[in-house]
Ligand binder design. Structure first.
Ligand code: FAD
Length: 309
């Protein structure tokens, strides 16, 4: 059995595994795809130690550093069930392969995925104008025209944020009205370079083969189609935590995020969590790394206080 088993191999999981291994305890990490969302990212400009890096480069560095320690790295392994500790004091994680891993503590760091529009052109122009993270990619569109898809809090926050950087923002909401908090809507309406379109269903991302050049949407009231010329599209219609497999075992928020305290403790004894899969505010690489180290230190603290049965 492991002392610490990390489930998920993104920035949070890598940080947790390294912090645990540095305590000299038996550490394992099981990940469906080691590297996580970082593998899908091109430029990263907010990793504090470097002006710029690339996702695949960072993912390779994370793996190399994890392998530098005595960590049992199990890649391409999907966890399907978590079983809280019984009398033997061991938490169990059942993998899709059928194998069951046992550990005194478990750190859940299965991350999240952005909900997509699922329209033609979206995948083709992902990272070529189609973006999901305004904190990450906003500065790439300085002085350019962008659209934000989604009129909830995250969409309206993104539009306000981007309006200070780009030349013009068009916010498109499918529904008849925005769902964001009134204070955010008031701020949005006060900005001179923002246009808000409601009842607007995005139907296609246009591009020139290299990068985004426009967006097509349907006015749901009239039924006709319009085209907006622009350089960037920020999709803000939800971040879905990869926690479906934990439903009924670990306390989740209404959005499906693993509820943690400020030490990364979940509702299940000996089970900790970190990163985008949790209720942590702000989903970012450096935030996930910090949370992973917090969860590992908390797991270690739990181990030294919990006698073996
Ligand atoms: P993830 O990176 O999502 O990793 C989750 C891990 O868990 C993966 O290994 C996954 O395979 C695994 N997993 C999931 N389910 C299971 C399961 N059931 N069993 C086993 N393993 C499982 N942030 C920045 O700070 N700067 C940026 O520039 C930036 N750009 C981004 C660009 C894009 C296109 C995207 C999508 C995100 C970007 N982010 C950026 C956000 C950043 O990538 C995330 O905040 C960060 O990766 C979260 O780390 P994590 O470890 O919590 O989760």
């Amino acid at each position: 059995a492991f002392d610490v088993l990390v489930v998920g191999g993104g920035p949070a999981g890598a940080a947790a595994a390294i912090y645990a291994a540095r305590k000299g305890i038996r550490t394992g990490i099981a990940a469906e795809r080691f590297g996580g969302q970082v593998l899908d990212t091109l430029g990263i400009e907010n990793l504090i130690s470097v002006a710029e890096t690339e996702g695949p480069k960072l993912a390779a560095a994370l793996e190399q550093n994890v392998r530098h320690y005595d960590v049992d790295l199990m890649n391409l392994q999907r966890a399907e069930e978590l079983l809280p500790a019984g009398e033997d004091g061991l938490v169990r994680v059942r993998l899709a392969s059928g194998a069951v891993l046992k550990s005194r503590t478990v750190i859940l760091s299965t991350g999240a995925r952005w909900r997509q529009m699922n329209v033609p052109g979206e995948n083709e122009y992902r990272n070529k104008g189609v973006a999901y993270c305004p904190h990450c990619d906003g500065p790439l569109f300085k002085g350019k025209r962008v659209a934000v898809i989604g009129g909830g809090n995250s969409g309206v926050e993104a539009a306000i944020d981007l309006a200070g950087l780009v030349s013009h923002v068009t916010l498109l909401e499918f529904d008849g009205k925005l769902r964001a908090d009134e204070v955010l809507q008031r701020k949005l309406r006060s900005l001179p370079n923002v246009t808000v379109l409601t009842n607007a269903q995005s139907t296609e991302v246009l591009g020139d083969g290299q990068k985004v050049s426009g967006l097509v949407y349907t006015d749901r009231l009239i039924g006709n189609s319009h085209r907006i010329e622009l350089e960037g599209i920020f999709v803000q219609i939800g971040l879905l935590p990869n926690t479906e497999w934990l439903k009924g075992t670990v306390e989740l928020s209404a959005r499906g995020e693993i509820v943690i305290d400020d030490r990364g403790q979940t509702s299940v004894p000996g089970v900790f969590a970190a990163g985008d899969a949790t209720t942590v505010p702000y989903k970012q690489i450096v935030v996930a790394m910090g949370a992973g180290s917090t969860a590992a230190l908390s797991a270690f603290d739990h181990l030294i206080r919990t006698p073996l049965p």
